[in-house]
Design a protein around this ligand. Structure first.
Ligand code: PDD
Length: 276
């Protein structure tokens, strides 16, 4: 197994990271997760477009253009002979004597690795339990940054209550999962939080909205409340690793049960057709 280190493929133990790398000291960096199906990455271009947008929002200097990122990532997939699994690529602002103040011209460090895994087909079929909790994160959730403490704390809380994912809300407005986006269906209409600073605009989310359009399903990008979540006919989450996963129960600050409905199944199947 090789890892990506700058623009080289090296053994993991040969990739040296400076103790004063800003990614390590401040979480000053960004990342992407791309899924690989039968050796083919899904929506890689879209992932690196978002990566570059995250870099730009943080004034990070890109060592390569999008095409080169794609090329290096595809090379890693090939080198590791990854058939099914995920590839993780991150970029930190690099190393300098610890100081909150960042310089804009720092040499960023790119690293990446692959992991064999299969999509969770059992969960796709049966659905999951989720845990509703406060969204305690910062106000730039549109950036796919390495700062994930709000997310990881929410995920731990959910797992401690036998739930697979945490669903977060800000003062009663439902935002997204700890590592996924959230959709509800009411009277056949699909609803999800608008892509603003309060959520990560998921690549899977965007593909789902396109599929919904093709299927003649009305999509509303609008904030919705916990009451609307409670009244929904169908609920599902979406992400690169979870695809479309139905929600069958919500615990925590809400106690609700849902059937897995036609809209969810249609979107789930259409997405699978697109990726395989
Ligand atoms: N997480 N929202 C958050 C907070 C996320 O971390 C993710 C993805 C998503 C879904 O985005 P996409 O459809 O582009 O995967 C939404 C990845 C999978 C992770 O951190 O592992």
């Amino acid at each position: 197994e090789f890892v990506l280190y700058h623009d080289q493929y090296v053994k993991k133990q040969d990739a040296v990271i400076d103790m004063e790398d800003r990614g390590y000291n401040f979480g000053d960096g960004i990342y992407e997760v791309v899924f690989v199906y039968g050796g083919k990455p899904f929506a890689m271009k879209e992932h690196f477009e978002r990566f570059i947008s995250s870099a730009s929002k943080l004034e990070m200097q890109l060592p390569f253009d999008a095409a080169r990122f794609v090329e290096l990532t595809e090379g890693l997939i090939q080198k590791n002979d990854l058939k099914d699994g995920m590839v993780y690529v991150q970029m930190t602002r690099g190393a300098s004597p610890r100081n909150h103040l960042y310089e804009r011209d720092m040499k960023c460090l790119v690293t990446g690795f692959t992991r064999h895994m299969k999509p969770p087909e059992d969960l796709h079929k049966a659905g999951i339990r989720v845990y509703l909790t406060d969204d305690i994160r910062w106000l730039r959730c549109d950036i796919k940054s390495l700062n994930l403490l709000g997310n990881t704390m929410a995920k731990r809380l959910a797992a401690d209550h036998n739930c697979h994912e945490a669903i977060q809300h800000r003062d009663g407005t439902v935002t997204e999962g700890s590592s996924s986006n959230l959709f509800i269906v009411k009277d056949g209409i699909l609803k999800t939080h608008p892509a603003n600073n309060l959520i990560l605009n998921g690549i899977t989310r965007q593909v789902i909205m396109k599929i919904a359009d093709e299927q003649g399903i009305t999509v509303e990008e609008a904030p919705f409340t916990i009451d609307e979540l409670s009244d929904a006919h169908e609920v599902f989450i979406s992400s690169t690793t979870m695809e479309v996963t139905p929600v069958i129960q919500i615990a925590g600050q809400l106690d609700a049960h849902y059937e897995i409905g036609d809209v969810t199944r249609t979107l789930q199947n259409r997405l699978k057709k697109k990726i395989h």
